[in-house]
Design a binder for this molecule. Structure first.
Ligand code: ATP
Length: 452
């Protein structure tokens, strides 16, 4: 956010010059736009026209700006910040609503901060592959604790489990803001448990997890094999279940295939409704592409849509990644969107039959997604603790998971020399040996990078 605030003036001036915007239009439409929040590459801006605050005119203003200026402003922002950004524009009234929601939720101790505002039922495309999971999720959202408890959603990577879980959370909170809804990943659950044991705050931990109405735990597969975490989760589960509280769990596989899960936990998981999400069909992929193209405001010719739907095989995350890349590259390079352009731009994503090669660049991408530190920051010269930590994890994983020489690791990380890389690797080796939370994070990253 700081970076964006400090560069906002420059972005607007560049934008005005680049597109030769007349003064009066600039003052009316562009000056009232202010940065509101940054989440990775997603930037939310607020349109705040002080002269006229009626909501209908704000909506009109926003839809006009979206049509006429937003994609151009997105390109300029990406250029000035030197990374691909996505802009979302909201009205002042929407901003106030988001703020009220945040404060009322934080005063209720609800982990709304963990929720992605885009993961709601409205943006979820229903297809043959996910209609049962969608219907069950909606039923749970409408009547938490009363049907399908626990709801267990499983399926391969990037198919929409997190999206559905968070849609349930949003729906419940929107309907009744007094409901205490907690969405966490099983990694957070484990880390908080470790921390509570270390600092003797076990009762705080229990209070947090048992004094709620709805618990949603994402990616539960990461607790298998961890006995004390499973044990604590079992007790949490029982306490909530006995009080009629809703539990929603997601996993990359069904309970019966979670080999080292304790039997009593498996029985609990199977006692509700296990529903799966399958790989999407061509038709569902097309529907998702159409919806995303509309949201991203990109004009995709039908043959390009068909190319993407046919060639991106298994994950909707990859499908989205492909669209974002196409849209950004075509805008930045002013190249028309054709199948040839898509073939060249997406060649890394669409590699025929070969398994994804593990490269330092791929490791940077996964570490960036997981730690919420942008890839640009990881390779930058910045030294703040969070960025340096993410960077050292990258160095360590490159050493462990690729055969890339130290020089190559250094150059993927913005041209660092090999002594810096050696230093980073040995610091991280020490961390992994001494800090169970870092070990946990590194283990999960290894599974994400190489799921087999
Ligand atoms: N049916 C759908 N409609 C619209 N968007 C979808 C749909 N399914 C998935 N997506 C989008 O695809 C991306 C990946 O989905 P999500 O993170 O929910 O997958 P996941 O199954 O939880 O993956 P993982 O196993 O890696 O945690 C998200 O941006 C999500 O919004």
């Amino acid at each position: 956010m700081e970076e964006l605030m400090s560069k906002w003036e420059e972005i607007l001036t560049t934008f005005k010059e680049q597109h030769d915007i007349p003064d009066v239009s600039f003052k009316t439409w562009i000056v009232p736009i202010q940065p509101y929040s940054v989440d990775g590459d997603n930037i939310t801006l607020v349109y705040c026209n002080k002269k006229d605050q009626s909501s209908s005119s704000a909506d009109l203003g926003i839809s006009y700006i979206e049509k006429k200026y937003l994609s151009l402003l997105e390109a300029t922002t990406s250029e000035v910040l030197n990374r691909i950004c996505h802009l979302r524009l909201i009205s002042d009234a929407e901003k106030k609503k988001e703020e009220t929601r945040k404060t009322s939720n934080s005063s209720n101790n609800i982990a709304i901060q963990n929720l992605n505002p885009a993961y709601v039922f409205d943006t979820f495309v229903i297809g043959n592959n996910n209609n049962l999971a969608h219907a069950a999720s909606l039923a749970v959202a409408e009547t938490p604790g009363q049907v399908y408890n626990p709801l267990f959603i499983y399926g391969g990577v990037g198919l929409g489990k997190t999206h559905l879980m968070q849609a349930i959370a949003h729906y419940i909170i929107d309907n009744d803001p007094s409901k205490k809804v907690l969405y966490v990943t099983s990694e957070t659950f484990t880390n908080e448990l470790i921390e509570s044991v270390k600092t003797n705050k076990n009762s705080e931990f229990r209070n947090k997890y048992r004094n709620i109405d709805v618990l949603l735990i994402d990616d539960i597969q990461f607790i298998i094999g961890k006995e004390s975490t499973q044990e604590e989760f079992f007790h949490t589960f029982n306490a909530l279940y006995q009080d009629g509280k809703q539990i929603v769990i997601s996993s990359d596989r069904p309970p019966k295939e979670m080999e080292t899960l304790s039997d009593r936990l498996r029985t609990r998981f199977e006692s509700g409704l296990p529903v799966d999400i399958q790989i999407p069909t061509y038709e569902t992929k097309m529907a998702i592409i159409n919806k995303k193209a509309e949201t991203l405001k990109i004009d995709l010719p039908n043959d390009v849509k068909d190319y993407v739907a046919t060639n991106i095989k298994s994950s909707i995350r990859e499908l989205e990644g492909a669209l974002t890349k196409l849209s950004a590259f075509s805008r930045l390079s002013h190249t028309p969107m054709t199948v040839e352009f898509a073939e060249t731009t997406l060649k890394d994503l669409i590699s025929p039959d070969s398994k994804k090669e593990i490269t330092p660049e791929y490791i940077i991408q996964i570490v960036s997604e997981h730690t919420h530190v942008s890839a640009d920051d990881i390779i930058s010269k910045k030294r703040s603790a969070g960025i340096a930590y993410a960077r050292q994890i990258v160095m360590y994983l490159c050493r462990e998971m690729t055969s890339a020489p130290l020089q190559a690791i250094g150059s993927a990380l913005g041209g660092r020399d090999h002594t810096t890389v050696i230093h980073g690797i040995s610091k991280m080796q020490e961390e992994v040996a001494n800090n169970p939370q870092t070990k946990e994070t590194v283990d999960i990253l290894i599974k994400k990078i190489n799921p087999d």
